[in-house]
Design a binder for this molecule. Sequence first.
Ligand code: FAD
Ligand code: UDP
Length: 364
Amino acid sequence: MRFDYVVVGAGLAGLTIAERIAGVLDKKVLIIEKRGHIGGTVYDSYNEEGVLIHNYGPHIFHTNDKEVYDYLSRFTKWNDFWHRVLSYVDGNLVPMPITVETVNKLYNLNLSSFEVEDFFKKYAVDIPEVKTSKDVVLCRVGEEIYHKFFENYTKKQWGLDPAEIDTSVISRIPIRTNRDTRYFADRYQGMPRHGYTKMCENMVKNPNIKLLLNTDYKEVIDELEYDALIYTGPTDYFYDYKYGKMAYRSIRFEFETFDCDSYQEAPVVNYPNDYDFTRITEFKKLTWQKHDKTTILKEFPNSDGEPYYPFPTAEYKEQFAKYRAEMEKETKVFFLGRLAEYRYYNMDAVVRSALDLFKEKLAK
Ligand code: FAD
Ligand code: UDP
């Protein structure tokens, strides 16, 4: 069978590139997806009780990239949403990221924004060259806050000490001296009004797009003819692990439904120092669904489940460089997305990368 393009993976990366190829170039695309649904990690669905859940963990769209926001807005309306997270520390629920509100609540103080800057300076450790995620926090706020909020959460999430992890990971979380308790400060933030899956379905409505679900691409690829392949699965699998298996961090998701309207004070509560899970999400507080029951999710990170997070360490970057050298030699294959590029991408960055690939390579 012949298609102009074959896309492996129906996550946001695969759907964006397929939508562009089918819509702008008017070419025929086959998307092959090994799961029984589209959306990849952003997939959401209604559970048995009728509560809308994010099956692979809480997803909040946020970006400063207007082109990406406008692009996705073609496929969904948004509920304006400012994500808020509380952290359970020393028996208190305090705002995360660290702000003046966090410090005041935790230490029972009444500092102003200016005073909290001095408070941080007093404890900040002098680190001439910031090299790791641990350094990022220590040089800003010192040992105690590092220990209470970051050290153990990171150990749970990654199975590594923050001193072993690239600066980019903890730098995702700002440390603020103002009273802005939003988790993200991006200009555009929102939840797809009818969910991510609906948004994804709208992306593949073009009749030029055919979908093959429940199929590993290796089962069928030799039967297909195509001009080019866009691959969004794990790259080590593509190359039959010739440079070894890449490590990915995984998560075991444990859902529970309660016969009550509300379970916790915020959409997400982080547990840096207690329990084996990292955080609890209460979906109704993300989706604004009205329902007399509520569903929560506990996340237990581990190393041997489905691949979700590429490992942010020097060792794995070095290993991936070998795969990257192979990828660069390909003429009929383009690699895209969180798994294929081995990058800790957010949704907006994945869409940006797909739009760029389309403009720079495929549309020419
Ligand atoms: P994926 O969604 O993983 O899609 C890849 C697809 O390829 C999958 O569907 C997979 O089944 C398929 N596939 C793999 N191998 C094969 C094969 N051999 N054959 C056929 N198909 C195959 N981002 C945000 O912006 N905000 C958030 O709040 C946020 N929260 C997150 C929370 C969690 C717990 C996780 C894990 C991620 C979160 N992200 C968030 C990141 C976001 O999920 C990703 O950036 C995005 O979904 C990646 O899209 P992708 O298409 O690259 O990968
Ligand atoms: N982090 C932390 N304490 C927290 C929240 C996050 O130490 O309360 C660190 C942890 O290393 C985590 C990283 O910051 O992996 C990025 O957090 P984010 O919330 O962006 O993680 P994600 O939603 O991508 O899992």
